[in-house]
Design a protein around this ligand. Sequence first.
Ligand SMILES: Nc1ncnc2c1ncn2[C@@H]1O[C@H](COP(=O)(O)OP(=O)(O)OP(=O)(O)O)[C@@H](O)[C@H]1O
Length: 351
Amino acid sequence: MLLDSILGMFSMDMGIDLGTCSTLVCVRDKGIVLNEPSVVAVRKGTNIVLNDGEAVGLVAREMLGKTPGSISAIRPLKDGVISDFEVTEAMLSYFIRKVHGRGGLVRPRVVIAVPSGITAVERRAVVDSAERAGARKVYLVDEPMAAGIGAGLPITEPTASMIVDIGGGTTEVAIMSLADIATAESIRIGGDDMDEAVINHLKKTYNLLIGEARAEKVKIAIGSAAPLDEELTMEIAGRDTISGLPRKIVITSEEIREALKDPITAIIDAVTTTLERAEPELAADLIDNGIHICGGGSCLRGLDIVLKNATGLTVHTVEDPLSCVARGTSVYLENLEIWKDTMDHSERGWE
Ligand SMILES: Nc1ncnc2c1ncn2[C@@H]1O[C@H](COP(=O)(O)OP(=O)(O)OP(=O)(O)O)[C@@H](O)[C@H]1O
């Protein structure tokens, strides 16, 4: 333990929100120092990362449009968990190197936020990947706890705090009290499923094929969960599935809302089931404390309204909803000496 504290002085310990869409890294006393897409550019059909392992994150996304054909973009996390180990390791290793610098004397300790619903095997995979990517010691925290702490909720107090974190691949719902998760639900549905719903709608209704990036743009530009004061329209280009030729159409926010119904209903169901399973005392606290929503998906117009209607509780969107998990990991870093024994961690490493 003493050795670890001394080593800590020579390494730049970091907190990582390893997300399906983006990865954020924060460093003690410096806040968020990296925020890049969780994308890796590899030579097509292989796991070889381009540019000697440097084609990761923003660089990978930029390279994509420029040299199509020989390069494929891999998102190594799916539904919030690692779907491609080798590529995740390459990605983590690049991010750790970028933040820590090659000159770092000692390998860093790393706190990683993971979905609360992942299996022990999946947790192990995250630890192994981070260790091989250059971490000295790896600690895991549950995403809802990190989100609660990052949002400044009183999760260590004897009152209920409820977090709904809607990410790209997962939605995490948790009721917390006394620094522990009392009831939680993690579903593998998030913003990516909304994009897919947009793609399917356009294919089915207009025989128009669009890609994921364009579908995400539609969702962000005119997507909603509840009726808007002023409904919106948008022109969208894609490829006609019958003629094979490019074509443009105009779509409305009403039809996109209808298309998004399934993933949104799944999110609402996860929230109501969690509430139904909560201890009555904690459920009662939530009448005053309300629900806090975060993650990129919480920015969808009207999501707060449909959640309020379904639960009867006040719904607050946390400040800076995309970075609250990362901010929470940085609080864990600050308190690592006190909290580390309560956290899931790698058995190897020096202590
Ligand atoms: N304004 C917006 N309206 C709707 N959705 C949005 C908006 N901004 C971002 N998103 C969506 O939020 C999702 C990404 O959220 P976030 O960065 O919190 O996920 P992540 O942490 O990478 O994923 P996960 O937690 O599942 O691993 C994407 O699906 C993105 O399209």
